[in-house]
Design a protein around this ligand. Structure first.
Ligand code: UDP
Ligand code: MG
Length: 327
């Protein structure tokens, strides 16, 4: 992308940007009030113009009520989605409503330290459009999740033409230009970690230590992670489809060679009955290959199905604290 090649402009004045913090929250009632208090105190040290948009992603534990109770006197707004649409949709909803010159996306569980936001702002002042946190540790994740995410990022980096850094999450600062570019993307199957990089712009990574959750537990079980991984792989790579073209060509080539061999042997030595075992193995192997390739095709067809339906990414049920014209 062209803008990413532009030289960093020399810093003449230290600009204090207006900041919008987007906080996706799903069943975070236990810790959200304390989180918002601490976050606002921290943001007040960085800018005189800031606001926090909490996107309640269909929580069932009263997270929205906790946010309203905690927001007295604080520039905290609440956007309640009509059901649980998932973190990617919640972030999109927050970005759509954000107005700050810069937007910081942060989880509601204290796992991403606030002091890193200071460094995000410093890098933005240096001319970067996107500053993202890079996890230096994964010890807060269970071992199976750690292993699976390593495999997933390796596959993604081999198969995708877009550079998607492993260990970079949604914790990041986006300049307004990046937010506008993201809002212009019409796709429904949203894998935000890929989209941030797809839009390009000048980016820099800030390493940080991922902390422990202060309350509640992770919302990403195996099924959700698998779903996110499939969205990521199918949104950013067509390699799995091409793989079966290559596999099909190879298997067909081998069967032609084998057919020639059988014909030659029959002509030279006549027919014989043995060979049912190898036949059964070949049939079941090819059946498996075909089912697998149809399954992969199905994944892509499912994404096309989602896209053509054209349903919105999320539905807003309620807003609190937004200007009257948008309520
Ligand atoms: N979250 C959300 N919708 C979901 C799942 C999670 O808005 O369907 C929020 C969650 O409340 C938290 C953030 O996304 O603020 C990250 O979730 P979590 O801490 O469970 O992820 P982890 O830290 O385990 O990656
Ligand atoms: Mg977390």
């Amino acid at each position: 992308m062209k803008p990413s090649l532009a030289p960093v402009p020399p810093l003449t004045v230290t600009v204090r940007p207006s900041i919008t913090c987007v906080v996706p929250a799903y069943n975070e009632a236990d810790g959200i009030a304390r989180f918002l208090g601490s976050l606002c105190s921290h943001l007040a040290t960085l800018s005189t113009h800031y606001d926090v948009i909490v996107v309640d992603d269909g929580s069932r534990d009263g997270t929205g009520l906790e946010v309203i109770a905690a927001s007295g006197g604080l520039p905290v707004r609440l956007l309640s989605l009509s059901r649980n649409f998932g973190k990617e949709a919640a972030i999109s909803a927050g970005l759509d409503e954000s107005a700050g010159e810069v937007v910081v996306i942060i989880d509601a569980d204290f796992q991403q330290p606030f002091h890193v936001i200071d460094e995000f702002i410093r890098q933005w002042q240096q001319g970067y459009d996107m500053v993202y946190g890079l996890r230096t540790n994964r010890d807060t994740d269970p071992p199976v999740r750690r292993m699976l995410s390593r495999i997933f990022y390796r596959m993604l980096s081999c198969w995708s033409s877009v550079e998607i850094p492993a260990d970079a999450g949604d914790f990041r600062l986006l300049d307004r230009r990046v937010v506008s570019a993201l809002k212009d993307l019409p796709e429904r199957s949203r894998f935000m970690k890929g989209l941030y990089n797809w839009v390009g712009f000048r980016s820099v990574a800030i390493p940080f230590v991922y902390g422990e959750r202060h309350a509640g537990r992770s919302k990403f079980n195996f099924a959700r992670l698998f779903d996110l991984a499939m969205t990521g792989l199918t949104s950013f790579s067509v390699f799995p489809l091409r793989l079966w073209v290559a596999a099909g060509a190879m298997i067909s080539g081998c069967s032609i060679v084998y057919a020639v061999f059988i014909i030659a042997r029959t002509l030279l030595r006549g027919t014989d009955v043995p060979g049912w075992a190898s036949l059964a193995v070949a049939v079941s192997f090819l059946g498996g290959v075909q089912l697998l390739s149809i399954g992969i095709l199905g994944e892509y067809v499912a994404r096309i199905f989602t896209e053509v339906k054209g349903r919105p990414n999320y539905v807003v049920a309620e807003r609190h604290g937004f200007p009257a014209d948008r309520s």
